[in-house]
Design a protein around this ligand. Structure first.
Ligand code: 4NP
Length: 175
């Protein structure tokens, strides 16, 4: 999938869910690890935020941290933040974890160009078909298994996103 152009030397990505304590911190930890493995961590910066303010300043949900630990990822340093209008200037790609987050981001985008930098994380999951839901389901009222299922989805989407970034940044280098 074609990525929006970067507006600086570093490609800046933000992952956005509702509370910034479950899905987007998990996605941030997974994407960071995948970028590290791909040798791209020096060229891509990753952070996360929530559309809501309820959990600002809190660590990731203990169930999200446990799910990350079970697979060897680190989400311990996370503190929840709420995104603001500056997100569209400070990031090249703003990735929503579900359709409600996507709608919030598109409504906040100040210009059509800003909206062009907003996508669903799962649009990078190459296993998704038109018949699948393109969201990472909200596990907040769910079980540990729901957090693991969320991580499965996030891992597949992160793999597709890293492939897209590898191509995009490689193509940049060729110029
Ligand atoms: P997240 O999960 O959006 O994946 O961080 C949620 C966290 C908190 C709430 C809902 C979802 N909440 O209603 O407080």
């Amino acid at each position: 999938m074609t990525l929006p152009e970067s507006r600086g030397d570093t490609y800046r990505i933000s992952l956005v869910c509702l509370g910034n304590i479950c899905r987007s911190p998990m996605a941030e930890a997974v994407l960071r690890a995948r970028l590290d493995e791909a040798g791209l961590s020096g060229r891509v910066a990753v952070d996360s935020a929530g559309t809501g303010s309820w959990h600002v300043g809190e660590p990731a949900d203990p169930r999200a941290r446990a799910a990350l630990r079970r697979r060897g990822y680190d989400g311990e340093a996370h503190r929840a933040r709420q995104l603001g209008a500056s997100w569209f200037d400070s990031h090249d790609l703003v990735l929503a974890l579900d359709h409600a987050n996507l709608a919030t981001l598109l409504a906040m985008a100040p210009t059509p160009d800003a909206a062009h930098h907003v996508r669903l994380l799962r649009s990078f999951d190459e296993s998704v078909t038109d018949r699948d839901d393109h969201a990472v389901p909200d596990p907040y009222y769910g079980t540990d298994a729901d957090f693991d299922t969320g991580l499965d989805i996030i891992e597949r989407a992160a793999d597709g996103l890293v492939d897209a970034l590898r191509w995009h940044l490689g193509a940049d280098q060729a110029w």
